[in-house]
Write a protein that binds this ligand. Structure first.
Ligand SMILES: O=C(O)[C@H](O)[C@@H](O)[C@H](O)[C@H](O)COP(=O)(O)O
Length: 265
């Protein structure tokens, strides 16, 4: 593979599958393995899930696994649309339909935004990454990850990321000022190029502090952006800025998405 992501300490693991079902089985194997290892080491598994096509691919095989200690999971959302939780645009709603309705994760371990906190008016210009929904969600992360301690950033056991055709991930979009956010754990974006516009998102430092990060991308619509990411280290796309500091990076692709990449057989 002519992987140009050479400036990271550890090469990512890149897997491409003929079918999305094969991808889902392999992804479920990794999630199950990381869940067991995390629970063994820390008596819990902290995971962040993205929206889009990821939840269906994640759940397809995982929801049938019997060897997962679901009650030890702490689930967050890598980004979330500021809509009611029962709205079809809600990532929680999507994950509930695909996964949470099929596995016994205790409801109190599924950490959702509180859309009722949404302010009618946009934040003031100078602090426009701060918003009641984002602040509340950040407090939920602090409760789970920091408790009484003060830590710079949370360390997720696994973050599951999608990638947009423009190279965005979470709700971190190309050229957006949020890419420079270095303090907040959760930020507000009111002008998401991908509708709906109002969202909260984990910030890049949180993503890069994770023990494991797995991108999931399928379909020919992703082939060009994946080629750019893997072949052009100079472009600073959000997905290319994901370089876990002390963590492992995985790419789960299907052959349609990886068709322009030169991957080892
Ligand atoms: O809430 C969201 O919109 C997602 O978290 C977003 O970051 C998604 O992962 C990408 O847009 C890829 O979406 P697809 O996998 O559907 O192309």
């Amino acid at each position: 593979m002519s992987l140009k992501l050479l400036d990271r300490m550890e090469q990512p693991t890149v897997r491409s599958f003929t079918t999305s079902n094969e991808l889902s089985v392999s992804l479920a194997d990794l999630v199950t393995k990381l869940s067991a290892e995390s629970i063994e080491a820390r008596d819990r598994f902290t995971v962040g899930i993205s929206g889009g096509s990821l939840p269906k691919l994640l759940a397809a095989d995982l929801k049938h696994r019997k060897d997962v200690k679901w009650d030890k999971w702490e689930v967050f959302f890598c980004d979330e649309r500021i809509v009611p939780l029962e709205h079809e645009d809600s990532n929680y709603f999507l994950c509930k339909k695909e996964l949470f309705d099929h596995v016994p994760i205790p409801p109190e371990k599924i950490h959702t935004i509180d859309p009722n906190l949404a302010s009618e008016n946009e934040p003031k210009e100078e602090d426009d990454s701060i918003d009641p929904v984002a602040e509340d969600y950040e407090k939920q992360l602090i409760d789970v990850f920091a408790g009484a301690k003060s830590i710079k950033f949370p360390v997720f056991d696994l973050l599951l990321l999608g990638i947009g055709p423009d190279g965005h991930t979470c709700s971190l979009f190309p050229g957006h000022r949020l890419l420079d956010e270095g303090v907040l754990w959760v930020a507000y974006i009111g002008d998401s190029p991908k509708p709906p516009p109002k969202r909260v998102t984990l910030t890049l430092p949180v993503v890069n502090h994770a023990r494991n990060v797995a991108f999931v991308a399928t379909g020919s619509g992703k082939q060009d952006i994946l080629y750019q990411i893997f072949e052009d280290p100079s472009s600073k796309l959000p997905s290319q800025l994901v370089k876990p500091t002390n963590g492992k990076l995985y790419w789960f692709l299907d052959d349609a998405a990886s068709s322009k990449l030169i991957l080892p057989k």
